[in-house]
Design a protein around this ligand. Sequence first.
Ligand code: CP3
Length: 362
Amino acid sequence: MSASSTPDTAAKPALKPMLAALAGETRSRPPFWLMRQAGRYLPEYRELRAKAGSFLDLCYNPDFAVEVTLQPLRRYGMDAAILFSDILVVPHALGQPLAYLEGEGPKLDPIRSAAELSRLSRDRFHQTLEPVYETVRRLTTAIPANASPDTTLIGFAGAPWTIACYMVEGGGSKEYAHVKRWAYGDPAGFARLIDLLVEVTADYLCAQIEAGAEVVQLFDSWAGVLPIGPFRRWVIEPTRRIVALVKARHPDTPIIGFPRGAGHAYQDYVADSGVDAVGLDTTVSPLWAARNLQTRLPVQGNLDPILLATGGKALCEGAAEILEAFCDRPYVFNLGHGVIQTTPPEHVGALADQIRRWPERG
Ligand code: CP3
């Protein structure tokens, strides 16, 4: 970033493909990465995971976390790497006990009322998350050394609503009845939890950016369980506040929002949250999104992860339909949700080849 002595003649370095798309450029071959591109579908992940012990040990060990982040890049050369961690390290760093049980997913000691918020503390927040920041710092050199210098590094966090879902339910849930009853029955008390999450999440994302993340994504996996009024209050509004807080410190870092399951409310989210790009889930019609969302900002998505697990002609046709719908405007290819565990690794290779060959017509 030195001041250039020849401002008019010095060529501006071209942005990396992912950053160019997020800056509003239409790329003839769209950049791509996949949510959960690192994980159990890869044999090398399972091997390292067995060595690491618990899943949290993997997330908090920079040697392991760097290696796992690089694994999919070595195989498939995605345009972006996503930091290997989990959204639930945030409640964990606030002092909420967390464990990942084999076959059952994450379990937390639930917090179900404003009175119980006193169990949380910010005192050790950054100290607990320091290994995550160290992972990001190391990735800034490990990625160009092991993959391509054009690969963009993505940091991430869960959005407050989704984190609150896990904190209040104590894990995954079908109905999200506890968290909804708290939000509907005691909105002022619930707002205290959301306000805390807004502040620490903005801080956490800024720390990742300061460590070297070039883009950040906010995962709101359970945005789709709320009716429109509460959606505005607990999804759009906290996201808007986080975006404002992060932009105040890092105005040039693109923020991708992923309000999974938002349906028609995707339009309100795009209009009001302030995100730079929006991740689309599997249920969103690509043609509708191209007309109604992509005209306002770059979109990312939205191949069904089950098509990736299926492979063959179905995968090829599904990917082509999405590429065709989105290729005329700024776009990042991705899935509509994370890679599932039973996905054959060679299907990911076939998809990567298809995207790289794009545009091939006829
Ligand atoms: O490659 C990447 O995408 C980066 C790493 C990443 C993980 N989780 C690793 C992980 C990211 C970005 C996440 C986000 C995440 N975590 C979300 C948001 C996206 C989504 O899927 O909706 C959510 C809701 C979580 C919470 C979470 N973590 C659940 C529900 C589970 C259990 C389900 C499962 O697949 O086991 C996890 C565990 C988890 N996070 C694993 C991985 C690779 C599996 C853990 C293992 O190896 O045993």
